[in-house]
Design a protein around this ligand. Structure first.
Ligand SMILES: [Fe+2]
Ligand SMILES: [Fe+2]
Length: 277
């Protein structure tokens, strides 16, 4: 199967598990000294405060609203891979918290950083992470054997938050920082996180494709979940006021176009083309 001219190759959970064993990194090995001096001299921190705040809140949610997936019905190989993802998400949260401790603010508990970061995020972001993700997780915790609940959760978590929202945020924020020569330690850590996310997203696409190949009716669960979620996702892919074009170097249309391209490609692989939503 080839959708973009490249050979399509999805890794199974066992392969992804082995990739994880070869991809360990330590958030405390990253040098933040340049970031610290640049941050203190930065004239306008509003764009980066918004990005950092969003990432801090997202990783806290992503870390603490995941365990239901580990309890859901799965093979041993899948459970082993998902255990690595749980560790990765905790590591990502720790990296962003360390960045808050050492660059943005003073050392504090993660909850304190998350609380402060919450002042930065948009209402659409709250809808996605505090309502939709939490509801999908609670449903899966209540019914670990329910295939539709698992499909809905992976559609929210892996396909929408990690792939559609996460990859777009990475693309444009690291593009901006690299162009400006800013926050090299943050970019280094975020790039390690991005590599981890590729494995997570790979799992999500693999799982959804397998689930739908076994039971076609689950395609409707993917469609319904996306219909409910995508308006808030489109809204949250808006640069903060004043940061558009001038600072970020990208418009809301650029962000949404990038996100939609990726989503379209993945939906095709999964077997739920976008135009059937
Ligand atoms: Fe993550
Ligand atoms: Fe992830």
């Amino acid at each position: 199967m080839s959708s973009t001219g490249h050979e399509l190759h999805l890794h199974d959970p066992q392969t992804l598990y082995r990739h994880w064993e070869e991809s360990q990194w330590n958030p405390w090995d990253i040098d933040l000294s340049t970031d610290r001096s640049q941050w203190s001299e930065m004239q306008d921190r509003s764009l980066m405060a918004f990005v950092l705040g969003s990432l801090m809140v997202a990783e806290e949610r992503i870390t603490t609203k995941f365990s239901g997936l580990l309890g859901a019905d799965a093979s041993e190989e899948e459970v082993a891979f998902l255990a690595t993802q749980q560790v990765d998400e905790a590591r990502h949260m720790q990296f962003y918290a360390r960045f808050q401790d050492e660059v943005v603010s003073e050392p504090a508990l993660i909850a304190v950083h998350v609380e402060r970061a919450r002042e930065q995020i948009s209402p659409a972001f709250r809808t996605i992470f505090d309502e939709r993700l939490v509801a999908a997780h609670e449903r899966l915790v209540a019914k670990p054997g329910d295939r539709a609940a698992k499909v809905a959760f992976v559609t929210v978590y892996h396909l929408t938050l990690e792939a559609t929202l996460g990859l777009t945020t990475f693309e444009f924020s690291t593009g901006f920082l690299n162009r400006e020569g800013l926050l090299p330690g943050f970019v280094a850590g975020y790039t390690r996180i991005h590599h981890d996310e590729q494995r997570h997203i790979g799992y999500g696409v693999w799982f959804l494709r397998e689930a739908l190949a076994t039971d076609e009716a689950l395609g409707d669960v993917v469609r319904q979940t996306l219909r409910e979620l995508l308006p808030a996702v489109a809204e949250s892919l808006t640069p903060p006021a004043g940061a558009e074009a001038s600072a970020l170097g990208a418009s809301a249309d650029d962000l949404r176009g990038f996100a939609l391209d990726g989503l379209t490609r993945r939906l095709k692989i999964i077997g739920v083309p976008l135009d059937t939503l």
